[in-house]
Design a protein around this ligand. Structure first.
Ligand code: SF4
Ligand code: SF4
Length: 97
């Protein structure tokens, strides 16, 4: 079976976010897009991720909030629970397999 290759596909994300790319992307079950400037740092996405994939970045966005980043990309299933809980539509999950 042909493995998914992100370079072969149009991975434009919803509402302007960028899908997180890693060297292990071909084996990932899912990933997230994070729109940093929309984030208000509430932490709901981090709290409600069932696999605890996310953590706060040490970086700030333009509004002065720490936004999430994916700490364990290999765990993410792309279930989009993080996106469902985000009140600001700042994060989206996507299945890759
Ligand atoms: S898509 Fe699902 S598994 Fe991945 S970070 Fe979001 S809640 Fe966690
Ligand atoms: S739930 Fe949304 S607004 Fe809250 S920290 Fe996560 S991405 Fe930012």
């Amino acid at each position: 079976m042909k493995e998914k290759n992100l370079e072969d596909q149009n991975f434009s994300s919803p509402r302007g976010g960028e899908w997180i790319e890693t060297q292990t992307q071909q084996k990932l079950k899912g990933t997230v897009a994070i729109i940093r400037e929309r984030c208000k740092g509430c932490g709901y996405c981090i709290e409600f991720c069932p696999l605890k994939c996310l953590e706060f970045s040490k970086e700030f966005n333009g509004k002065g909030y720490h936004y999430p980043h994916i700490k364990f990309p290999e765990k993410c299933t792309g279930c989009d629970l993080c996106g469902m809980y985000c009140p600001d539509f700042a994060i989206f999950g996507k299945k890759l397999l």
